[in-house]
Write a protein of this length. Structure first.
Length: 289
């Protein structure tokens, strides 16, 4: 069985971007001219995902509007012959079915994923977090789907982050079983450098088997008083093999301001319509420092 469905948990408060996120969902903040959630949706489409569930919360209606048909706007763009803009507006909604569900209370990532149980309906599914944007030749989640097709088990997307950064991530304890593939022995959430089993961090991309829902239903509150997906996956590892895949690609941690700014600069420099003038500006700015 292949993976057709993806879940984007997007119900969090986005406190690291306050005050911007008081009225605008974090997932709607643009990198250049596209909301971050659209990069994630496009990655899913490229990987062959056909159904997307976005878990939202109160005050995040802009996410629904973004994936809805903008009838009046499209009519005006059509009338004025603005084909490129029309394409940009329709880009995602034409290619994937997007569903929404509201998490009533922000009780953690694991709790948000539990809301996907009936959408997933017993199939393996992808979980994609908007905090990680990955630029790669092959879509990151597509790389994990390929591994799922080989192993038929839960696959966690990981990358080496360097020992000095382990305390910010879920870190895997795993041994190599193939090129870029590791079998999981354990996982620790945000360990101290001296206690980390490796520097391989789980980075916002997962393929998960539906058995995780039984685990999530039994998972008590963990770190930060939240129901953690990591805890449910550790429970799942007691009954099923779990693998970690060191995916190829440059990943931006846009959940924090530094990562967000770095993505903005790199994405602007990769755009043919912006590159030249923006580079001149950057060079001048650096020179003036
Ligand atoms: P984060 O811990 O990064 O939280 O959640 P956040 O609210 O997005 O951002 P900060 O840390 O306050 O700035 C990781 C992912 O889990 C989702 C978030 O939307 C984010 O994609 N999440 C978290 C939920 O959907 N529901 C929750 O209850 C908690």
């Amino acid at each position: 069985m292949t993976v057709r469905k993806a879940v984007i948990p997007a119900a969090g408060f986005g406190t690291r971007f306050l005050p911007a996120t008081k009225a605008v969902p974090k997932e709607m903040l643009p990198i250049v001219d596209k909301p971050t959630i659209q990069y994630i949706a496009e990655e899913a489409i490229k990987a062959g995902i056909t159904e997307l569930l976005i878990v939202t919360s109160r005050g995040k209606e802009a996410l629904m509007n973004h994936f809805d048909k903008a009838f009046e706007l499209e009519a005006v763009l059509e009338r004025d012959g603005k084909e490129e803009m029309l394409k940009a507006v329709r880009e995602v909604s034409d290619k994937i079915d997007v569903h929404f569900i509201r998490q009533q209370e922000q009780k953690g990532l694991g709790h948000a994923v539990l809301y996907a149980k009936s959408f997933v309906a017993g199939e393996p599914f992808a979980v994609m977090l908007g905090d990680d944007v990955v630029v790669s030749e092959k879509p990151c989640i597509g790389q994990l789907i390929e591994q799922y097709e080989k192993y038929g088990s839960t696959i966690l997307g990981v990358q080496k982050v360097g020992m000095e950064h382990v305390s910010k991530y879920g870190i895997v304890d795993a041994h190599s079983v193939g090129e870029r593939v590791y079998k999981l022995q354990g996982m620790v959430e945000k360990p101290k450098m001296e206690e980390a089993p490796s520097d391989m961090a789980v980075l916002g991309r997962y393929i998960i088997t539906p058995a995780v829902f039984d685990c999530l239903e039994k998972t008590p509150k963990g770190a930060g008083g939240e129901i953690q997906l990591t805890d449910a996956l550790v429970m799942l590892a007691e009954t099923e093999d779990i693998y970690a895949y060191d995916f190829e690609g440059k990943r931006y941690d846009i959940g924090n301001k530094q990562g967000f700014l770095q993505a903005t600069v790199d994405f602007a420099l990769s755009r043919p319509d912006l590159r030249s003038d923006f580079m001149k500006f950057l060079k001048q700015t650096v020179k003036n420092l």
